[in-house]
Design a protein. Structure first.
Lengths: 123, 110
């Protein structure tokens, strides 16, 4: 059974750095073809893909947010961490992590999602 | 990477069929058969309904089907049911090895 759970602060102040942790079970990020994505959704708005890390520690980022994001993994703990610097009120959103399947080495299908964690950016 | 283009809303009566379009470019939808569709009910995480353009995960009703022509993918839901009322998002792999989502479509079952 695949499960994922996001954890982190519910409230951050503008300019601060956000650190979110995705703890998962039911699969291993050391298995070829496995990846984990971070995706966010502002209240009442659309999904936005943020970043991805694969079994080989390759990392990919949203073009528009690349300078602010860092994704990393701890395979032994079954965790993926996302940091986002210089937080702004427009970054208020529910942040999801999702197991992402690959084909031919390309990670492309977020198939199992966590429940999401709401992060509010406010002073 | 610009979001894929979806209609903001669609509606249909129970038993009818509806189709939601998802338009991208040759760098995403048109370039790969890695288009997925997600259903999201209020307050819930998205669930995949279609992947690889037209494949259904185990357990997903065959009332859901997907297709693609050029840079536009489509999701069709036949035999509409009240439980189908939700937001729907398309997603595609891109030439930059990233993912992109559509702007979302709100489906109302009249």
């Amino acid at each position: 059974q695949v499960t994922l759970r996001e954890s982190g602060p519910a409230l951050v102040k503008p300019t601060q750095t956000l650190t979110l942790t995705c703890t998962f079970s039911g699969f291993s990020l050391s298995t070829s073809g496995m990846c984990v994505s971070w995706i966010r959704q502002p209240p009442g708005k659309a999904l936005e893909w943020l970043a991805l890390i694969d079994w080989d520690d390759e990392k990919y980022y949203s073009t528009s947010l690349k300078t602010r994001l860092t994704i990393s993994k701890d395979t032994s703990k079954n965790q993926v961490v996302l940091t986002m610097t210089n937080m702004d009120p427009v970054d208020t959103a529910t942040y999801y992590c999702a197991r992402t399947r690959s084909s031919g080495g390309s990670c492309y299908l977020p198939d199992y999602w966590g429940q999401g964690t709401l992060v509010t950016v406010s002073s | 990477q610009s979001a894929l283009t979806q209609p903001a809303s669609v509606s249909g009566s129970p038993g009818q069929s509806i189709t939601i379009s998802c338009t991208g470019t040759s760098s995403d939808v048109g370039g790969y058969n890695y288009v997925s569709w997600y259903q999201q009910h209020p307050g819930k995480a998205p669930k995949v309904k279609i992947y690889d353009v037209s494949k259904r995960p185990s357990g997903v009703s065959n009332r859901f089907s997907g297709s693609k022509s050029g840079n536009t993918a489509s999701l069709t839901i036949s035999g509409l049911q009240a439980e189908d009322e939700a937001d729907y998002y398309c997603s595609s792999y891109t030439s930059r090895s990233t993912l992109v989502f559509g702007g979302g479509t709100k489906l109302t079952v009249l």
